[in-house]
Design a protein around this ligand. Structure first.
Ligand code: G6P
Length: 454
């Protein structure tokens, strides 16, 4: 059984007012969906919209190869759990995004949201307790569902529940920001699973250290990095839409060098410092004027949070300022595209000269692996050492300290002027590292951890 916040199917209303199923969004679904389809495994996920909630009334359904159960909880409780706790608290905590002089503020309203988060986790646990077959392996995904194991351990000790956290995990100093009882409940909830998995050793070590500081002992953990589905992205790369998007990009780039980033508009992705570094490059390396374009394919996310709306505005304003400062007729230095267009992103990944992946902190970062697999131009990758993928690609990728704007500009200059032989060797070595694992390996690691538990 797989349990996650976003599921492999989501629903919307058609013109006749019927709830119809679509392919769900998100990295977890696109990576492991193909592996789980047609296996008979059950997948339980939260009803996030009204149409999802209506579909949830049907119980477990077989659709699009999935045995899917949408779980509806009170919409207000769900919204508080998702927006205030998952996105507004745990995401910020684990990615180190708070400016502590002002945020966070754990007031009474926040306490209500924590109760709602607990209630949502409890509702998931109840449904699993009622529906999981005897002895089933239950793969619980991500920080939205950190507490589920608490009730499973008490009421269904026959189950083997593994928790996997796809984002970073904060260190013991940072977890002290949470109210003590909440930190304790969070850690105990995760620790009550058979084992807790992370994409990188660093996040597993942080989780262990938090538990050690609190209890003097460490729960079981494992490290297993997810990987892109090579066949899936190769199929997209050959699709007619992708070929058409590639032709449009070729026209826009017109033979210049391409610096590329592909990201959600997300505070942890560090879009602003990426543009500031490029601005520095244009100031300090005039020889690149008119010879390079920074293509930023960045699509909106979580617009229910004011921080994200404000961030998007800052990103757009900064890109416009840089274009205003440096553009000349026939050359606009930044091509900022905020539409969510997957074929376009894949076409761009086939073509970059430098892929910039500079997050402040990132659980893994799949784009850093997709790029080297797809790229056809011996492209270079500049990768933040704060991304989980650094543990796999750091031996080859150019190191980016995400806070060092001048340093990031130097990485851009170095990548753009690397000679052909070095680029070819760099791209080949990165491709080998990026292709070393497949989504199947990640799923097998979780199953092995569950099976070896007894
Ligand atoms: C990123 C993270 C995932 C997380 C997802 C949630 O993709 O890597 O670990 O589950 O965000 O995004 P959502 O849009 O569902 O809030």
């Amino acid at each position: 059984m797989i349990v996650s916040n976003r599921g492999p199917l989501s629903f919307s209303y058609d013109t006749a007012g019927n709830a119809v199923a679509h392919r769900g969004a998100g990295g977890v679904v696109s990576s492991i969906g193909p592996l789980v389809r047609h296996t008979g495994a059950r997948w339980m996920a939260a009803a996030m919209s009204d149409a999802d909630r209506e579909a949830a009334g049907a119980g477990t359904v077989d659709a699009d190869g999935f045995r899917f159960r949408s779980l509806a909880v009170d919409p207000d409780a769900y919204r508080m759990a998702y927006e205030v706790i998952s996105n507004g608290t745990l995401w910020f905590l684990h990615h180190g995004l708070w400016e502590l002089a002002r945020r966070p503020r754990f007031d009474r309203r926040w306490r209500e949201a924590w109760d709602a988060y607990r209630a949502v986790n409890h509702a998931f646990a109840r449904a699993i307790i009622d529906e999981a077959p005897e002895g089933a392996i239950v793969l619980v995904q991500d920080y939205h569902l950190a507490l589920v194991g608490t009730w499973l351990a008490q009421e269904r000790p026959d189950l083997r529940a593994v928790h996997f956290n796809h984002i970073p995990f904060c260190d013991p100093d940072a977890i002290r920001i949470l109210p003590d009882d909440v930190a304790g409940e969070l850690l105990a909830g995760m620790a009550s699973h058979t084992s807790c998995g992370f994409h990188a050793r660093r996040w597993a070590r942080n989780f262990e250290a938090c538990c050690r500081e609190l209890w003097g002992w460490e729960p079981s953990t494992f490290v297993s990095a997810l990987a892109p589905d090579h066949d899936d992205i190769a199929t997209v790369a050959q699709s007619a839409e992708c070929v058409a998007e590639g032709a449009k990009l070729d026209e826009a780039i017109a033979g210049r060098h391409m610096i590329l980033r592909v990201d959600r508009i997300e505070l942890s992705k560090n879009l602003l410092r990426g543009f500031l570094a490029y601005d520095d490059l244009l100031r300090s390396h005039r020889e690149w004027h008119e010879r390079v374009i920074f293509v930023a394919l960045v699509y909106p996310s979580r617009e229910g949070l004011p921080e994200y709306l404000a961030y998007r505005q800052e990103v757009e304003t900064l890109a416009a300022r840089i274009n205003g400062d440096w553009a000349v007729p026939g050359w606009t230095p930044i091509l900022l595209d905020t539409s969510d267009n997957f074929p376009r992103s894949v076409a761009a990944l086939c073509r970059y000269d430098l892929l910039l992946v500079n997050p402040i902190r990132d659980g893994l970062n799949l784009v850093a692996k997709e790029g080297p697999i797809l790229n056809q131009r011996h492209g270079v990758v500049g990768l933040s050492r704060e991304a989980g993928a650094w543990e796999e690609l750091g031996g080859v990728a150019l190191v980016v300290n995400p806070f060092d704007v001048a340093g990031t500009s130097d990485v851009m200059a170095a990548a753009l002027s690397m000679d052909d032989d070095d680029r070819a060797a760099h791209a080949a070595a990165l491709r080998k590292l990026a292709a070393a694992r497949a989504p199947r390996d990640w799923l097998d690691d979780q199953l092995a951890v569950a099976r070896n538990a007894r």
